[in-house]
Design a binder for this molecule. Structure first.
Ligand code: HEM
Length: 467
C-alpha cells in the first residue's frame, strides 16, 4: 500500500470531513424518505474521500475525530447497501472492503483501521460505543456538591454532537432527538465512571468500607446510580423535539448499527464498559454473564478490555463485606429483628452496600423500561396491527421486522427475555437484602447512615455536558 501525501492541511481536511458528515445526515434523511437513490450515499463518500491524509500524520485527537466521522459515514453506506441486498448477511461489509479512498491507495476499511491505530487506544476498524458516544458527544463533567470530580472528554471541542440524520445547519432537519439520545448515553456513562472510581477504592482496599471515607464513597456511588435512574426516567418523560419517537429509534437510529463483518458486534449500549465493570464489581446472578461480555471485547478499547478482564473473577463487593463481618447469609436470615438492627448498627458498611445494590437494581429496571418503551412494545404493536390488517384482507400476516437490524432483539442479538433476565439478575444478586428482609430506608436507619439518596430533584446537577 502506498501512502499518498495530501495537499491539504489536517485541520482543513478534518473540517471538510465534518462538513461531509453533516451533509450525509441530510442525505440520509432524503434517502430514507425515498427522495434520493440510496446509491448516492456511496458515490458521495468516494468523492469526499478522494484525498485523504496519510494515516501516519494523525495525532491521537485528530485520529479520534476522524474515526468518529468515518464511523458515521461507513455505517450510513452499509445501512443503505444492506437495505438493497437480500443476501447482505452473507457479506455485510463488502462495500467498504472494495470502496477505495485516497486516490485508490486504501479500501475504506483499511483506511479507517489505519487511522484507528493512530488513536493509540486499540480501537477497531469500525464504529464503536467509544467513537459514537464518548468521543462524539461534548465533554461530560460530573459534580459532587457543586465541585467537578470527573471529566469524560469529547474530542471535538465544539459543543455539538454528530448524528445520523440531524444536521444542525439544515433548517429542514427534523428534530434534535438523536442528539438527546447520544447525550443520554454519555451522561450515564460519566455518572457510571465516577461511581466505579468510588467502588474501586473499596474493592482495592484503598478505603476501609466502614471508615467515614469508605461510607462516603459508597454513598456517592449510590447517588450516581440513582442519578442514572432519574436521568433515564426523565428521558422517557421528555416532550417536544428532543423526545425520541419509538419509530425513529426503530426505523432510523438502530438501522445505522449494521454488521460491518459477519459476526462482528455493531454499536450498542451493551458496549458501555463502565456498566460491565460495575456489574462485575457488584455481581450478577446470571450464569454465563462473563461469556457475554468477553464476546463484546473486540468492540472495546484496550484499557477497557484490560480493566474488565481484571474484574472477571471478582468476588461481589457485598459478599466480601459480609464475609469480613464473620456472619454468614444463612445466620443473618435467622437473626431476630433486634439482632439485625444490632448487626447493622455495628456494620454500617453493609447498609451502605445495600443502598448501592438497591440503586443498581432500580436503574436496571428503568433501563428495561427504556427497551420496552422504544423497542419491544411498539414492535409488538406493529405485529398486532399487521395481524389485524392481514385478517381483514384475508391473507397470512407478513414479516414486519426491520431489514438491517431486527427490532425483535438488541443490536448484539439479545432478545427481550434475555434483557429482562439480566435486569432481574441485578436485583439483590448476593441475597443480602432478602436475608435482612428490611426496606432500604429501615436498613439505613438501623445502621445510622445517611438515608438512601433520592436524586429525582437533583440529578441534573450531578452531570452536565459542554466543552
Ligand atoms: C432510549 C434509550 C435506550 C434504549 C431504547 C436502549 C435499548 C437497549 C437494547 C435494545 C439493548 C440490548 C442491546 C443489544 O442486544 O445490543 C440494550 C442493552 C444495554 N443498554 Fe440500553 N438502551 C437505552 C439507553 C441506555 C443507556 C442510557 C444506557 C447507559 C447506562 C444503556 C446501557 C445498556 C447496557 C449496559 C446494555 C447491556 C444489557 C444490560 O446490561 O442490561 N442503555 N439497551
Amino acid at each position: 500500500m502506498t501512502a499518498k501525501a495530501t495537499p491539504i492541511s489536517m485541520p482543513a481536511w478534518l473540517g471538510a470531513l465534518q462538513g461531509e458528515a453533516r451533509r450525509a445526515a441530510t442525505l440520509n434523511r432524503h434517502i430514507l424518505a425515498g427522495h434520493v437513490a440510496s446509491t448516492t450515499f456511496s458515490r458521495e463518500l468516494v468523492r469526499a474521500l478522494a484525498l485523504v491524509p496519510d494515516p501516519g500524520s494523525f495525532n491521537p485527537v485528530e485520529a479520534k475525530q476522524a474515526v468518529t466521522l468515518l464511523g458515521l459515514l461507513g455505517a450510513g453506506a452499509l445501512r443503505h447497501d444492506q437495505e438493497r441486498r437480500d443476501t447482505f448477511d452473507q457479506d455485510p461489509g463488502w462495500l467498504l472492503d472494495i470502496m477505495r479512498v485516497g486516490n485508490g491507495s486504501y479500501t475504506f476499511r483499511e483506511y479507517l483501521g489505519a487511522v484507528a491505530d493512530r488513536t493509540g487506544t486499540g480501537h477497531t476498524d469500525r464504529d464503536t460505543f467509544a467513537s459514537l458516544v464518548r468521543w462524539n458527544v461534548p465533554t461530560a463533567t460530573v459534580r459532587w456538591e457543586g465541585q467537578p470530580v470527573l471529566e469524560l472528554p469529547g474530542v471535538f471541542g465544539d459543543n455539538s454532537t454528530r448524528t445520523y440524520t440531524d444536521d444542525p445547519n439544515d433548517p429542514g432537519a427534523p428534530n434534535p432527538s438523536e442528539v438527546a439520545f447520544f447525550e443520554l448515553l454519555k451522561l450515564c456513562e460519566a455518572l457510571e465512571a465516577y461511581a466505579n472510581q468510588q467502588l474501586m477504592q473499596l474493592v482495592s482496599g484503598k478505603l476501609t468500607p466502614a471508615s467515614p471515607e469508605g461510607l462516603e464513597a459508597a454513598y456517592r456511588t449510590a447517588t450516581m446510580l440513582d442519578g442514572i435512574r432519574a436521568l433515564m426516567a426523565a428521558y422517557m418523560r421528555l416532550k417536544g423535539k428532543r423526545a425520541l419517537k419509538p419509530r425513529h429509534f426503530m426505523d432510523v437510529v438502530r438501522q445505522f448499527a449494521p454488521h460491518w463483518s459477519q459476526g462482528d458486534i455493531p454499536t450498542t449500549g451493551a458496549q458501555d464498559p463502565e456498566s460491565m465493570k460495575r456489574v462485575k464489581i457488584l455481581g450478577i446472578a446470571y450464569p454465563g454473564y462473563n461469556h457475554g461480555i468477553v464476546r463484546l471485547f473486540p468492540s472495546l478499547l484496550e484499557h477497557e478490555r484490560a480493566e474488565i478482564e481484571a474484574l472477571l473473577n471478582n468476588q461481589p463487593l457485598l459478599d466480601v463485606l459480609l464475609e469480613a463481618t464473620g456472619v454468614s447469609l444463612a445466620e443473618l436470615a435467622h437473626y431476630t429483628p433486634a439482632q439485625k438492627h444490632a448487626f447493622l448498627s455495628d456494620h454500617p458498611e453493609i447498609a451502605a452496600g445495600c443502598q448501592i445494590m438497591v440503586a443498581d437494581g432500580r436503574l436496571a429496571l428503568v433501563h428495561n423500561q427504556l427497551t420496552q418503551t422504544y423497542l419491544f412494545n411498539p414492535q409488538r404493536q406493529r405485529e398486532a396491527d399487521e395481524d389485524i390488517r392481514a385478517a381483514a384482507e384475508g391473507r397470512p400476516p407478513v414479516s414486519i421486522d426491520a431489514r438491517v437490524v431486527s427490532n425483535y432483539s438488541g443490536t448484539s442479538k439479545m432478545l427481550e427475555p434475555h434483557l429482562t433476565a439480566l435486569a432481574m439478575a441485578r436485583q439483590d444478586p448476593t441475597g443480602l437484602l432478602r436475608a435482612l428482609g428490611m426496606s432500604v430506608a429501615a436498613i439505613s436507619t438501623a445502621a445510622g447512615v445517611r438515608p438512601y439518596p433520592n436524586t429525582n430533584k437533583s440529578y441534573a446537577s450531578l452531570v452536565t455536558l459542554g466543552d
